[in-house]
Design a protein around this ligand. Structure first.
Ligand code: AMP
Length: 592
């Protein structure tokens, strides 16, 4: 279906074209034609990231009477950030229509907002507290409002805005249209629908309370004392991570962020003790991807709607399991994929089951990556970065004769080894005595089985390599258009092996890995090498690292406190002197 077919006016279609929106998302497809009608109430059960802002914003803008300067549309949402985001989105949709949009929210000088409202506005986007204040001051009069939109209704009620919402709705005309959007449908939201709506159309993207299907939910069993170390490994294993780590309390948030920052990770905290100015700075840095990891409490992260978040890490599960849906919904937005990783100890497993029931989807059991897996990933990452490093010929030219003469006595292989080691030794030193962080106790058979069953199609890289398997390095990756299915086809076509003989597949940006039963090693090497994939020559070799539990090949050296050390290795997460503009995580991510 196209936006034209939904019945939107020409000016709105023009702005969508400029925005590059090609086709409506499912919620837009269902909601827009209905909301374009004159009189209708509506309930949309949808997560952030589904395109719900445009689902209500486009018909609202489309239906605005541009001659009137009294507020006709009112959008109420839980947080200042969301308020600003919605008004920004609406302004882009209304680019070719004479329709003014005003955002009013707390924590900032009210006088400018009063001036803006008095100047005349068609649409108000507001947080409940500030809106009530402005209604009480008689600055905002809602007598002409035709459309009231409650966005993230469940969040607003969670945050204690029940009375404010009732008070606001009581000042609006009886015959208004109410459109309610919510990720979940607790009783209080249902009550609002019953009280203020007449026969609403209810549309659910996925089941009620269900989480976005593009999110992979993975839990890791760890001992309580290993939580922090486990988080570090998950970050190290995903060098391109652009992630949110959720903690339960302010203190925990501050402590985890401080520890990570001290160890050279590009992480900062976001919690209620920060001033609004500090919050704005941190959020701005995260939004612009200057900051790679944000450690946050549930409350502080509300309204943080950022696309491209690759991972949500639950350092601890929230006390209220409904919050898990909100946390994980921060990733996999706008049709993208994402991972929600959860650290649990044996006593918390029951919460996983409760969340699974509520979301009607399942978790996979993950293994905290071991030292070799992380070192391998980081090593390949280093090589990839080195290959992609731009050489500033002009600046380096005058040093070249001296450099060349210094290296004269070394072979090419020796030079490579030394350069790689200069960067990589720290990681090896840190991880050489790193033990297994996976807690076995309490992990039940069902969960183990579930993990295995999923293995074939989910290709999770962060499980330990299986015994009896050979791991192969492949010279092409995502950048060459490769995906797990395509690689599987190349291997099976070349070797005439059935796909069940091939194990874990990890597609990285410019290279890949796969595993296969050891007995087929020769056959695979012989037949896959030299194959062609969409014009790219495929070359493979047996990967250097030993199987997961072979005792490890990284020995010697002293143990460092942090794999980041000086912050020089693993440039993606480094903090010191990072030339952010060309950071890899700005542009791409390697899903594992
Ligand atoms: P939302 O769920 O409203 O927060 O939207 C999530 C993201 O999807 C935002 O960045 C939107 O700009 C984007 N988006 C919404 N609708 C579309 C569409 N039809 N095509 C492409 N992107 C969209």
């Amino acid at each position: 279906m196209t936006f034209e077919e939904l019945g939107l006016r020409r000016e709105v279609l023009k702005s969508l074209k400029e925005l590059g929106f090609e086709a409506p998302t499912p919620i837009q497809e269902q909601a827009i034609p209905y909301l374009l009608q004159e009189n209708c109430d509506f309930v949309g059960l949808a997560q952030t990231g589904t395109g719900k802002t445009a689902a209500f914003g486009l018909p609202l803008i489309n239906n605005i009477d541009t001659h009137s300067k009294l507020p006709q549309g009112l959008i109420i949402c839980p947080t200042r950030e969301l308020c600003l985001q919605i008004s920004k989105d609406l302004q882009t949709y209304a680019k070719f229509i004479d329709c003014s949009i005003t955002a009013v929210y707390g924590g900032t000088d009210i006088r400018k907002q009063i001036t803006d409202i008095k100047r005349g506005t068609s649409i108000i986007v507001a947080t409940p507290g500030r809106l009530v204040d402005l209604i009480n001051r008689k600055v905002i009069v809602l007598g002409q409002v035709k459309y009231v939109i409650l966005d993230e209704a469940d969040e607003m009620l969670n945050m204690g805005f029940k009375e404010d919402i009732d008070a606001i709705l009581d000042t609006t005309p009886v015959d208004k249209n109410v459109w309610l959007f919510s990720a979940t449908m607790p009783n209080e939201v249902a009550r609002i629908a019953r009280t203020y709506m007449t026969d609403p159309l209810e549309i659910s993207i996925g089941h009620k309370n269900q989480s976005n299907e593009n999110i992979d939910h993975i839990y890791y069993m760890v001992k309580e004392r290993d939580r922090y170390e486990a988080v570090k490994r998950l970050i190290d294993f995903n060098p391109s991570i652009y992630g949110l780590i959720f903690c339960r309390t302010k203190n925990e948030t501050a402590a985890v962020a401080a520890k990570l920052a001290k160890e050279g990770y590009n992480a900062e905290p976001l919690h209620g003790d920060l001033t609004q100015a500090m919050r704005d700075t941190v959020m701005g840095r995260f939004r612009s991807k200057e900051l790679q990891i944000l450690v946050a409490t549930d409350v502080a992260a509300r309204g943080l709607d950022i696309d491209n978040i690759t991972h949500v890490i639950n350092y601890n599960l929230p006390d209220d399991i409904e919050n898990y849906t909100h946390r994980s919904g921060r990733t996999a937005r706008a049709g993208k994929k994402g991972e929600s990783l959860v650290l649990v100890n044996g006593k918390e497993l029951f919460k996983i089951k409760a969340i699974e029931r509520q979301m009607r989807s399942t978790f996979t059991v993950g293994n905290i990556p071991n030292a070799e897996e992380i070192c391998e990933i980081q090593l390949m990452r280093l090589i990839e970065k080195t290959i992609n490093t731009e050489v500033k010929e002009h600046d380096i030219k005058k040093f070249m004769p001296q450099i060349v003469s210094e290296f004269e006595s070394l072979t090419k292989e020796e030079v490579i080894k030394k350069f790689v080691s200069a960067e990589f030794n720290r990681f090896i030193d840190y991880y050489h005595r790193a033990g297994d962080l996976n807690a076995k106790a309490g992990r039940d058979d069902n969960n183990e089985n579930r993990g295995d069953r999923d293995r074939g199609d989910r290709d999770r890289g962060n499980r330990s390599r299986e015994e009896g398997k050979t791991r192969f390095f492949v010279s092409i990756g995502k950048r060459d258009g490769l995906n797990p299915g395509a690689l599987l086809r190349v291997i099976c076509d070349a070797t005439a092996l059935k796909s069940d003989k091939i194990g874990k597949i990890d597609i990285m940006t410019s290279f890949s890995f796969f595993e296969a039963d050891e007995e087929y090693t020769e056959r695979i090497l012989r037949n896959v090498n030299g194959q062609n994939y969409e014009g790219h020559n495929v070359s493979i070799e047996v990967s250097a690292a030993k199987p997961a539990n072979s005792g490890g090949s990284f020995k010697g050296g002293k143990k460092f406190d942090s794999p980041r050390g000086s912050g020089r290795f693993g440039g993606d997460a480094k903090k010191v002197g990072a030339p952010r503009g060309n950071e890899d995580f700005n542009r791409k991510r390697n899903r594992r």
